[in-house]
Write a protein that binds this ligand. Structure first.
Ligand SMILES: Cc1cc2nc3c(=O)[nH]c(=O)nc-3n(C[C@H](O)[C@H](O)[C@H](O)COP(=O)(O)OP(=O)(O)OC[C@H]3O[C@@H](n4cnc5c(N)ncnc54)[C@H](O)[C@@H]3O)c2cc1C
Length: 469
């Protein structure tokens, strides 16, 4: 493998891609070479823009033969830098966005990897179905990226991550061969599962070119509320009650600390205080049911019972769709509000749900003892044990000085996560950001097995070579 790509390889790639299928125009390349928060920027000798699986195969084939490295890119919304090239060929799937099939008999949507999540939602809705994965980047994030990062989002509690939502894949393997695994099967027990290997592989085991996704019925009854609670422990107890009270109809159960609400109110235009009592912790709960009125009734029962049990301090149920959207905007704008506030150490961690309170307490004490004045903005998916544990500098602190301590802080947080049986990357993957660090938390036995799989499929390590083990 070499990053200085020979001129004849570039010429061959251009030839197979044809007119409009590649670019070296700095202006065209610029937005694809920088991550949206400006955390990573990169270079590429060529942006490849295939419009078919056959063209992807031709590109990968030439790269495999010549030992030329490739970085696949979807919507460039990844949060760990894996989509930004550093001299590799940049392979964008943006011209491959066809919906190949959508139907209710198999409840399946088959679409190309460049389709955005929002477009997939629309395609499912057009046949009266729903693809339930939801995340704030849905307008840009693509199916290829979602598959390759095993994306999660706000409805994992009920529907799982992409691992549970993908029925089949089509991919170009690192030797340039096309694997057609676009099955529509809910049961297929025929040995190793290649699609599961590709899900979450972050572009290291091939290029995902299309996916077959599971569709679900549209649920007619939906209710959203903000509940104020005294502590994360109360939130965890309330979650267990919510599952029981609604018969498993809880779609989302998101925790936000008071600081997160304050940041959104300060920096996001149009934000409004959700609970005038201003409790220390907030839970955003969404319940959905196929039975008319059932979600609203279940949520009301839950909140009433929660008040009586002393778990819920205050609550507000959205009365209109607009109010529900406004509640969700407070949650979805957490990162945007932080960005305006200044530099943050960000951690995307998970622990067993029952250990969330212990994690928050232990990590909070450790960080504030070491760096007095830092502000902890913890929010996330309680039902998945997944907390976005973000730490801002003391008010008025120097952003550069805060950023310089990011790795030292990550070590403190991630050691606590590991001691609680957790993961240092719950949903964003490892990318170039966390790959080296993750090695320290995996056993040598596991790393050796993972490396053997990768070497078998990609002996020249051409696919996203700086990412994963
Ligand atoms: C505001 C915001 C909110 C977010 N919320 C969530 C959330 O709730 N949950 C969550 O899980 N993530 C979240 N993310 C992260 C991000 O949106 C997801 O990781 C998403 O899956 C990335 O999709 P993408 O198309 O942008 O991929 P990219 O960022 O382009 O790529 C991500 C990785 O996938 C690889 N890749 C991309 N396409 C392909 C392909 N076709 N074949 C092989 N490899 C490929 C890339 O090489 C890279 O390693 C959020 C991001 C933002 C900006």
């Amino acid at each position: 493998m070499t990053l200085a790509v020979p001129a004849d390889v570039i010429s061959r790639l251009k030839a197979v891609l044809g007119e409009g299928g590649w670019s070296q125009d700095p202006e065209r390349l610029a937005p694809k070479l920088v991550e949206w928060r400006d955390r990573w920027s990169g270079t590429t000798p060529l942006l490849a823009l295939p419009r078919s699986t056959a063209q992807v195969a031709a590109v990968v084939g030439i790269c495999a033969e010549s030992g030329t490295a490739i970085t696949p890119q979807g919507g460039n919304t990844g949060l760990v830098g894996g989509q930004i090239p550093d001299g590799e060929i940049l392979l964008s799937l943006e011209r491959m966005r066809a919906v190949r099939e959508v139907g209710v008999a198999n409840d399946v949507l088959v679409a190309e990897a460049g389709l955005t999540l929002a477009e997939a939602h629309d395609a499912a809705a057009a046949v009266g179905r729903r693809f339930p994965l939801g995340l704030a980047s849905e307008g840009s994030a693509t199916l290829g990226g979602l598959v390759s990062t095993n994306a999660g989002g706000v409805a994992v509690l009920r529907y799982g991550t992409m691992r549970q939502l993908v029925l089949g894949l089509e991919a170009v393997l690192p030797n340039g061969e096309v694997w057609n695994g676009l099955k529509h099967l809910r049961k297929d027990n025929t040995g190793y599962d290649l699609k599961q290997l590709l899900i979450g592989a972050e572009g290291t085991l091939g290029v995902v070119t299309a996916a077959a996704l599971k569709l679900f019925p549209v649920l007619v009854s939906r209710a959203v509320a903000f509940a104020g609670v005294a502590s994360p422990a109360a939130a965890v107890t309330l979650l267990a009650r919510a599952k029981e009270e609604t018969g498993g109809a809880v779609e989302s159960f998101e925790l936000i600390g008071r600081l997160g609400i304050e940041l959104a109110l300060r920096h996001i235009p149009g934000s409004r205080e959700p609970l005038e009592s201003r409790p220390p912790w907030y839970v955003l709960i969404e319940v959905a049911s196929g039975e008319p009125g059932a979600a609203e009734a279940g949520l009301e029962r839950l909140l009433e019972g929660g008040f009586e049990a002393g778990l819920v301090l205050d609550a507000s149920i959205a009365q209109t769709g607009e109010q529900a959207k406004a509640f969700w905007a407070l949650r979805e704008n957490q990162s945007a509000a932080q960005k305006v506030e200044g530099a943050a150490w960000k951690h995307d961690i998970s622990v067993p749900v029952s250990r969330i309170p212990e994690f928050l307490e232990t990590a909070g004490k450790a960080l504030t003892a070491k760096w007095p004045g830092v502000r902890i903005d913890a929010f996330g998916h309680v039902g998945d044990g997944n907390i976005h544990y973000d730490v801002l500098s003391a008010p008025g602190g120097d952003p550069a000085a805060h950023t310089a301590l990011r790795e030292a802080a990550a070590l403190v947080v991630h050691d606590i996560v590991a001691s609680l049986g957790g993961s240092i990357s719950a949903e964003h993957g490892l990318g170039t950001m966390k790959t080296a660090e993750a090695l320290a938390y995996k056993s040598p036995v596991e790393v050796a097995a993972l490396r053997a799989v990768r070497a078998a499929l990609d002996p020249k390590r051409i696919m996203n070579p700086r990412v994963l083990f």
